[in-house]
Each structure stands twice: as structure tokens, then as C-alpha cells.
Design a protein around this ligand. Structure first.
Ligand SMILES: Cc1cc2nc3c(=O)[nH]c(=O)nc-3n(C[C@H](O)[C@H](O)[C@H](O)COP(=O)(O)OP(=O)(O)OC[C@H]3O[C@@H](n4cnc5c(N)ncnc54)[C@H](O)[C@@H]3O)c2cc1C
Length: 376
């Protein structure tokens, strides 16, 4: 989010100079590099669909937009395999209602009945399913390359990257005016932006205000399937909660969010959780994956808000302090649009391209929060 905001501020001529602090310049723990890279339009609110719609278009031209002097932009390997929510008699009504909204908002999707589903994806066990919602313009990409592209381009446009932890935010007369690290003090004439992902609450407290974002550790598993049939598969969401998608080198990524995943800054990969709590459901849905081989995996942090929606915009209790954080597991597919929206809000005082006002932090105090239902 930080490099996206910097890129949009500078490329649109909205601001003359930007400095970014990064405590972890190799991005060992940043959520972006640890993400599954799933991209979908299939959300339950108009604002999230709008953020995804802009971002997907942006990702289509990402490499060209991020080209730097003499160098082509990174290839984000955007694979348009689609995104598939499977429907049971229990969840179908809610997901079909969501599909109505998505279609009204211009999302290209297909409603598959059980036989169409089986025909298209014969490896799936469909006896308990009534169909699927298939996002036609969706897929997945390489999140690390997205971060690299935004960072390189922002740097070329003049952004200064400081590889240090921001440790203090100076406040004068109710206004955030500077950020300090061990070796630096950067004064802010226009804005101090909290783009600290799972650490956003901690960074806000440096300025003496609250931002309700907490970390939650999530697991990803890389498996080798016994056949190449899955290369063409969409990112598929099972009603039991697990997801899978093809990965390069004939592998697959599999993950699942559990409500008791630790809400802490921990990155321990739990190998045994796969066999205990995911594999049985996975093999029931895709019987041939009974013979998959678990190869490796990792853990990363979701950055969770009380309503599973991002926080974008000014902080109501501190002037010149802005937040872009708390994407609750769907930041990759919103990053370009969210960065643009915040850049406009900072520099122009209002949202011009996408109205993200419903995602401002004040929604919580004003009782206007509404839960995003399509959270994976
Ligand atoms: C396992 C997993 C799977 C996911 N799958 C998907 C998916 O399929 N699709 C999708 O859209 N999203 C997915 N996400 C979510 C997505 O990765 C995040 O929403 C997104 O990357 C958040 O970006 P960010 O810039 O806010 O956070 P980050 O990438 O974490 O960046 C925040 C940065 O702030 C830095 N920072 C924090 N505090 C300080 C400080 N005091 N000083 C200096 N620097 C600081 C951190 O080091 C970090 O680099 C997934 C996440 C995980 C963990």
C-alpha cells in the first residue's frame, strides 16, 4: 500500500516528494510478499467491487506502467484462470444474491449449475454441490512482483525509501507533522500516511491515536498434485473454507482461515495442520488430491479490522494523518485502486476516481460499518 500511494501521488503530479520508511526492506514478514495473490471482483459491497475493478484493469497493464528508464516493468504473471465459489444448498442463496449485486456492478461472472460445474472441472466431487459462481476476469498473480514494480517506479519518480523502522510520529497542535526513525526525521507538509499493514495499530499509537487493525496469522501450503489437470483451474473456494489454486512448476497452493488462528505477530508454519485440518476436506472435494505431496509452505499475517473491510482515508482524531491498512486478506486485489483513492483524498481533498469514503475510519464511530461477507 505504501509504494502504491507513493506511485499515485507522484505519477499523477499530486505531490512533489514522498519518503517511505520500511523496517523490513527484504520483506521477510510483510503480508504482500506472503500472500496467495488471488484476484477477484466477487465481493459483497459496491465499493469493494469498484476497488477490484480498477485494480484488475491496472494489473493488466502493470508491466508497461511500471517500466523504468531502460528496464521493462516486472512481469506479475497475471493468470486469468478465474475464481470459483462453490455452492451448497446451505450457502447458495446468499452467494447468488451477492452475484446479483456483482452483475449490477458490471462484474463478468457465470452461474454454473452442478452439471456444468462437473463438466468443466471433472476432478471436483460435486455430489453435495448445487453449482458455482465463476468470476470470468479473475485469477491470481505474483504479489512480490507487484510490490517490486510499485517500489521501483515510485523510486524512479522521486520517492525516497528509508530502510529503517519509523519509531515516532511528531504531533503539533493536533496535526501530524513529522516521522522519526533512528537516523532520520522527515517533516510532512501534506500528510503522514499509516500504510503499516498488520502493524497499523502500533504505528497509529506512535501518534497517540487508535486504528483498529490486528494481525492474524494464516497458513499456506504448497503441494504437488499427482497430475497436471489443475494447471487450468481457477482459484477455488470450497464451502468448508479452504481454497486452492495452481502455482508455477506444476504445484498448487492451498490455504484456509481458521477463527482461532493466532491474533499475534507470529509467522510459524504449522506443517501438521494441513494433514489434520485441511487435507481430509481437500481430498473429499478433489479425490485425486488424496495422493498429493505436501512440499512446503509458509505463514503470513492478515491485517484484520472489525468489519473485514479496509480503512482508507483521514484519521478523524488527528489532522494530516491518513490510514491505508486493514485489508483483511484482500489487499492484493485492491492495492492499485486504494493507493489512487488515498492519493486523491490527500492531495485533492476528495475521491475523484473511486468513492472510498465509506471505508474511512470514522465509519466505526458513526455506526456505519458493514461487514464484507466475501472474505476468504
Ligand atoms: C497467507 C495470506 C494470503 C493472502 N492472500 C491474498 C489473496 O489471495 N488476495 C489478496 O488480495 N490478498 C491476500 N492477502 C492479503 C494481502 O496480502 C494484504 O492485504 C496486503 O498485502 C496488505 O498490504 P499492506 O501494504 O497493507 O501490508 P504489508 O505488505 O505488510 O506492508 C506493510 C509494511 O509496513 C512495514 N512497517 C510496519 N511497521 C513499520 C514501521 N514502524 N516502520 C517502518 N515500516 C513498518 C512492514 O514491514 C511492511 O513491509 C493474503 C495475506 C496473507 C498473509
Amino acid at each position: 500500500m505504501g509504494p502504491s500511494v507513493a506511485y499515485h501521488l507522484l505519477s499523477q503530479g499530486l505531490c512533489e516528494s514522498v519518503a517511505l520508511f520500511e523496517q523490513d526492506p527484504v520483506h521477510l514478514h510483510s503480508s504482500t510478499g506472503l500472500s496467495a495473490g488471488g484476484i477477484r471482483h466477487l465481493f459483497s459491497s459496491a465499493v469493494n467491487i469498484a476497488l477490484a475493478t480498477y485494480s484488475v484493469k491496472f494489473y493488466e497493464g502493470f508491466s508497461e506502467a511500471m517500466a523504468t528508464d531502460g528496464d521493462p516493468g516486472p512481469d506479475v504473471a497475471f493468470r486469468r484462470n478465474g475464481y470459483l465459489f462453490l455452492l451448497t444448498p446451505q450457502n447458495a442463496q446468499a452467494l447468488l444474491r451477492r452475484a446479483d449485486l456483482q452483475e449490477r456492478e458490471g462484474v463478468a461472472l457465470e452461474r454454473l449449475d452442478a452439471s456444468a460445474l462437473k463438466k468443466r472441472f471433472p476432478e471436483l466431487e460435486t455430489a453435495d454441490l448445487v453449482g458455482g459462481i465463476f468470476g470470468l476476469r479473475d485469477g491470481f498473480l505474483d504479489p512480490y512482483q507487484v510490490m517490486r514494480g510499485f517500489s521501483q517506479k515510485a523510486q524512479e519518480l522521486g520517492a525516497q525509501f528509508i530502510s529503517e523502522r519509523a519509531e515516532a510520529i511528531e504531533v503539533e497542535a493536533g496535526r501530524a507533522v513529522a516521522v522519526r526513525s533512528q537516523g532520520w526525521r522527515v517533516g510532512a507538509r501534506l500528510a503522514v500516511v499509516d500504510a503499516a499493514g498488520a502493524w497499523a495499530g502500533e504505528v497509529a499509537r506512535m501518534a497517540g491515536v487508535e486504528v483498529p487493525v490486528v494481525p492474524q496469522s494464516r497458513q499456506i501450503y504448497q503441494v504437488v498434485p499427482p497430475s497436471s489437470a489443475f494447471d487450468r483451474y481457477p482459484l477455488t473456494i470450497d464451502p468448508s473454507g479452504f481454497y486452492f489454486r495452481p502455482e508455477t512448476g506444476g504445484r498448487m497452493l492451498v490455504g484456509k482461515s481458521f477463527s482461532d488462528d493466532p491474533r499475534e505477530f507470529v509467522w510459524d508454519w504449522k506443517r501438521s495442520l494441513f494433514a489434520d485440518a485441511i487435507w481430509p476436506d481437500l481430498a473429499a472435494r478433489v479425490p485425486v488430491l488424496e495422493n498429493a505431496r505436501l512440499e512446503s509452505g509458509w505463514a503470513g499475517l492478515y491485517e484484520v479490522t472489525p468489519d473485514d473491510n479496509a480503512i482508507i482515508g483521514p484519521h478523524p482524531d488527528l489532522q494530516q494523518f491518513y490510514v491505508i491498512a486493514g485489508f483483511s486478506g484482500h489487499g492484493m486485489m485492491q492495492g492499485p485502486a486504494a493507493g489512487l483513492a488515498l492519493a486523491e483524498r490527500i492531495a485533492l481533498g476528495s475521491y475523484r476516481t473511486i468513492d472510498a469514503s465509506g471505508l474511512e475510519l470514522r465509519r466505526f464511530a458513526e455506526g456505519r460499518e458493514s461487514r464484507e461477507d466475501a472474505v476468504v
